[in-house]
Design a protein around this ligand. Sequence first.
Ligand SMILES: [Zn+2]
Length: 88
Amino acid sequence: MTNIGRAAGYSYIGRCKCGEMVTAVVDNPERPREVARLVGNWLRDGLTIERVTHDVVRSSFSHCRCAEQEKADKAALQPSLFSMEDAS
Ligand SMILES: [Zn+2]
């Protein structure tokens, strides 16, 4: 028997720079190399790694909001870009 899915277990999660939990893997003691490889990939992708309970994963798993934030940033920048064009 394994303990996968047990409420007391832990998962590693990857948090994007936008602050959202965008990926997760069960900290499976029977597959340490697989878990380490995944977490290593996330680190290379620039994610912040945290070790949390399964309950946290279930309640907080989300999706990346970088695209939405970029859109909002661009919208905020637009007026100043236009005024710079007008001045030249
Ligand atoms: Zn993001």
